[in-house]
Design a binder for this molecule. Structure first.
Ligand SMILES: [Zn+2]
Length: 465
């Protein structure tokens, strides 16, 4: 990792995301060690030079993006299941592929995923469920070395269902409660706080139908006891609503409340099918939503009530989900979708503005991860997690309103530099902590072997001559 005592980024268009949402033209950021020491006009900076000086002329300087629902293992199976329904997608493709991971597959996939995330401006992420067969230790080791900030959630399950579909889990993916809890405990002791405090270990409850109420309650208790966090898929499919209605005669939030799952320690991924009156409960309990617009559209899961959530004060963040459901980990493209789809869905161009999309992907992500006092904005004393975006491309010209340009015209390909915890992970579009061609070659080899082992093929639908 490229390490320096101090970094001066100058002459940039600094989008601070501070409480006043200041944008500083010809602005500069000074980083001392892991923290931001000054944010100001370049000419007014008290720091004039540093160990590393980055000229950000014609670039935006802004907080790194925070992706609150990532499946690292799914990068390797990108494109593995297109244009099928969710249960078919899981049962016949995704679980079969993930259930055949072995050796270093998990690490290779995590590095492919992280390379893409760093390239496209993500600095922090929540991995929502690491199965034992992916190799928690090797993934954590890799995150530590690569230099990203991450919450790594150990998968938790004690049942083989999914929502109201009984016993559909692929045999290679089944785990029992004791193993899940024991491994989380071991990984927590080993990795929570590792890598200069960049790594956290969370509980990754799989979904409804995969976890029994007793286990939900136990994990909710352990989460608070360890002062860590938990995440789960909830309300991604209407089957979830049916499941709690038929089995417990409850609504989704009633079930969550009954099992102590509500609170700022929780990220509910997707949260599409919450009833209208649930939003007040989510806001009151500060339960986080990871909004995944691409995945929700691709799997035809529906539209989360994001405009209403924002209006009621539900903490909403943005996430990409995984390789076969999105199929990218590019948070800039995800912000674009978040800012576009709700306008059409509720037929109101005023909802989910570009500014709100950027807030969800920075400050919202920080809140979801419980690190809002440390990251999410460029302010003195916060950790130096930030990115530089090149504004000189044709597709971003003219750049008079940089927030609009990033959200509506942007994509991850314009990200030039990525810094996490004061360490430069990418500069001039070159990855510094991963060997990009090596990552790609390994991914090609491992994905081909994985498909063979699983007995699946990724065939284009049209004939190849
Ligand atoms: Zn997911």
């Amino acid at each position: 990792m490229s390490s320096a005592e101090s970094i001066l980024i100058k002459n940039g268009y600094v989008i601070t995301m501070d409480p006043k949402r200041r944008i500083i033209k010809d602005g500069a950021v000074f980083i001392e060690g892991t923290k931001i020491a000054e944010v100001n006009k370049t000419e007014q900076m008290s720091y004039k030079t540093a160990d590393i000086v980055l000229d950000a002329k014609n670039m935006v300087v802004m907080p790194g993006l925070i992706n609150t629902h990532v499946h690292l293992a799914q990068a390797l199976i990108r494109g593995g299941a297109d244009d099928v329904s969710l249960v078919d997608w899981l049962k016949n493709y995704v679980w079969v592929l993930q259930g055949n991971f072995e050796g270093t597959d998990g690490k290779v996939s995590a590095e492919l995923c992280m390379a893409e995330m760093i390239r496209t401006g993500t600095t922090s992420f929540v991995e929502c469920m690491i199965h034992t067969r992916y190799g928690f230790n090797q993934i954590a080791e890799s995150v530590k070395t690569v230099g990203m900030r991450a919450a790594l959630s150990k998968i938790i399950m004690d049942s083989t269902g999914y929502a109201d579909n009984d016993d559909i889990m692929y045999h290679g993916m089944v785990e029992d409660a004791d193993t899940c809890l024991k491994e989380t405990d071991e990984m927590y002791k080993k990795w929570h706080g590792a890598g200069e405090n960049r790594l956290e270990v969370w509980y990754g409850l799989r979904s409804l139908g995969a976890v029994t109420p007793n286990l939900f309650k136990e994990v909710a208790r352990l989460t608070r006891e360890k002062k860590t966090h938990m995440t789960m898929h909830l309300g991604e499919v209407v089957d979830d609503v049916r499941y709690v209605k038929n089995n417990y005669n409850m609504k989704l939030t009633e079930f969550a409340q009954e099992n102590n799952l509500l609170g700022p320690e929780m990220i509910f991924a997707h949260g599409i099918h919450f009833e209208d009156d649930a939003l007040d409960i989510l806001a009151k309990t500060k339960s986080n939503i990871a909004h995944c617009p691409a995945s929700n559209m691709k799997l035809a899961s529906g539209f989360a009530k994001v405009p209403q959530m924002l209006q009621k004060g539900v903490p909403v963040s943005i996430a990409t989900d995984g390789g076969p459901s999105n199929n990218t980990y590019d948070m800039i493209r995800e912000m674009r979708l978040a800012a576009l789809i709700h306008k059409a869905f509720v037929k109101n161009p005023l909802v989910v503005t570009a500014e709100q999309a950027l807030e969800m992907a920075t400050l919202g992500g920080a809140i979801a991860m419980g690190i809002q006092d440390k990251v999410g904005s460029l302010e003195v004393g916060k950790l130096a997690d930030l990115i530089l975006i090149d504004l000189t491309s044709l597709g971003l010209t003219p750049p008079e309103n940089p927030v609009s340009n990033i959200i509506y015209s942007g994509s991850g390909q314009y990200v030039d530099t990525t810094i996490v915890n004061g360490h430069v992970l990418m500069q001039g579009k070159k990855l510094l902590t991963l060997d990009e061609s090596d990552v790609r070659m390994k991914a090609l080899k491992h994905s081909a072997e994985l498909l063979d082992r699983a007995g699946l093929r990724i065939d284009p639908k049209w004939p190849i001559e």
